[in-house]
Design a protein around this ligand. Structure first.
Ligand code: ARG
Ligand code: ZN
Length: 467
């Protein structure tokens, strides 16, 4: 039913709307209001995401002062209701909310941990497009993950390192923080003159007046919340293009320019090479952010501009750029399928290494950190499709994941394998997919029954000995 019709029916049945329990039986078109689900029910992060609506766009506007660490923000979410709704939740762990409106109407709300519970009045009808405007001010929190890493809003000596996998996004903006609710984003960020604010997507404008600079960034393709960044600091900015014309924007902490130059200079060639084997680069621009963040020990594939902490190696650059296809454009439906991100990105690095004259993918497969590990190693005792939240960024999703792809390539042959990974990117572009879908695609492309193969590689513990 279209939104207009739903609205008209709602207006005609105004009296019943106030008494949905009485109205419903005799009036099938009458709204039946209920609360949207408090999460999408992903067992790894049970609070993430929300039911009852689908976010279409985030407009995140704030000023940030690196010296005081004070943020003054207004985030406007545009969403469509997927049910008649009298209450809904957002995920938010940020500072104090000073005002919240649904459309033009102030709405009451409560907060409990990551859950921001909103009571919209008037109520929302299924199919209705609505906005939620949240004003908040203060210092966004650092979030500690099950593996002990920090993420979210991580202050640095000149700004903030901002990363959100797997649960950091609600530190700095309210939303629906599960990989299955992708949306477009616009960021409007004001910082002291001389400081740079770098976000996902393309720089629409950069204006300095009265000692502050406002950066407007537009992320035009759908993005999962965990891939959002707005990293702030002193940066050496460079703009160029790949050989096929994709804009490249890099922002590197001046103290890290020398150490990351080799990796940063290879971005255009990597994008070209990966496009040749994975299919067209999925986004309107590319680049990288290299920031000094002493207590952060990882890089992240923030969409269009992966972020690196303290250093960027060539191998990590290849890994994060490959994630743009596998992870960012095609995203797991559930966190337990993280190998679909990390195994692909790791395998892409093996391919890059071989492509540039280093070890072959077969040699890397055989090495002591991969298949060469002893069968008695605890490495083999984790099931690839269920690493748990503590080890979801540990060796198994990365290395067993990459090994699985290399073994599959041997099993189905190069032609079928490279068609499979290209089709996987094309068929699931901007969407979500799971291991079962990958197995179906592999069987379809190869024409083979791969039950036994995937059983030993992804569903069972132990070192596969034959497949
Ligand atoms: N996906 C990132 C990468 O492999 C790693 C993120 C790690 N995050 C964490 N909280 N441990 O490129
Ligand atoms: Zn990765």
């Amino acid at each position: 039913r279209g939104a207009a019709l739903a609205t008209a029916v709602g207006a005609l049945l105004g009296a019943q709307v106030a008494h949905p329990a009485l109205a419903a039986p005799g009036n099938p078109g009458a709204p039946r209001y209920s609360a949207g689900a408090a999460s999408v029910g992903d067992p790894y992060f049970p609070d993430q995401g929300n039911g009852g609506f689908d976010v279409k766009h985030y407009d995140i506007t704030f000023t940030y002062d690196p010296a005081s660490r004070h943020m003054d923000a207004t985030t406007t979410i545009t969403a469509v209701a997927t049910q008649d709704m009298d209450q809904f939740n957002l995920d938010f762990r940020g500072p104090e909310i000073t005002e919240l409106k649904v459309d033009k109407h102030p709405a009451s709300f409560t907060r409990d941990g990551q859950e921001l519970v909103v009571t919209p009045r008037p109520k929302l009808k299924s199919g209705q497009v609505f906005t939620v405007t949240v004003k908040y001010a203060g210092t966004p929190p650092v979030i500690t993950d099950p593996d002990g890493s920090i993420e979210g809003w991580v202050p640095t000596d000149d700004g903030a390192f901002v990363a959100g996998e797997p649960q950091g996004a609600p530190a700095w903006f309210p939303g629906s923080d599960h990989p299955t609710d992708k949306a477009t984003f616009t960021f409007r960020v004001t910082v002291p003159e001389g400081v740079t604010a770098v976000g996902n997507g393309q720089l629409l404008s950069q204006k300095t007046e009265n000692g502050t600079t406002t950066f407007v960034w537009d992320s035009t393709e759908p993005m999962a919340t965990y891939l959002a960044t707005m990293t702030i600091g002193n940066f050496v900015v460079n703009e160029s293009r790949t050989p096929s014309g994709i804009p490249v924007y890099t922002a590197v902490d001046p103290r890290l320019v020398a150490g990351s130059a080799s990796a940063v200079s290879k971005i255009p060639d990597m994008i070209e090479y990966f496009s040749s084997i994975f299919g067209p680069y999925p986004f309107a621009s590319t680049g990288a952010i290299v920031d000094r963040a002493p207590n952060v020990g990882y890089a992240l594939e923030t969409q269009t501009k992966p972020i690196f902490s303290n250093t960027a190696s060539v191998g990590t650059m290849a890994h994060e750029l490959a994630h743009q296809w596998y992870g960012d454009s095609v995203t797991p439906t559930r966190w337990s399928d993280i190998w679909l991100n990390e195994g692909f990105a790791t395998y892409a690095t093996w391919l890059w290494t071989e492509h540039t004259g280093g070890a072959s993918a077969q040699t890397t497969f055989n090495s002591s950190s991969n298949y060469g590990r002893a069968a008695t190693s605890s490495f083999w005792q984790t099931v690839l499709t269920d690493p748990g939240t503590v080890d979801m960024f540990g060796n198994v999703p990365y290395n067993r994941g990459a090994m699985t792809l290399h073994a599959l390539r041997g099993k189905i042959g190069d032609t079928a394998f490279f068609k499979l990974i290209k089709d996987w990117a094309a068929d699931n572009r901007y969407g979500n997919a799971d291991t079962a879908a990958f197995i179906r695609s592999a069987e379809k492309v190869s024409g083979m029954d791969l039950t036994a193969f995937f059983d030993v590689w992804v569903f069972q513990k132990g070192k596969p000995s034959a497949w």
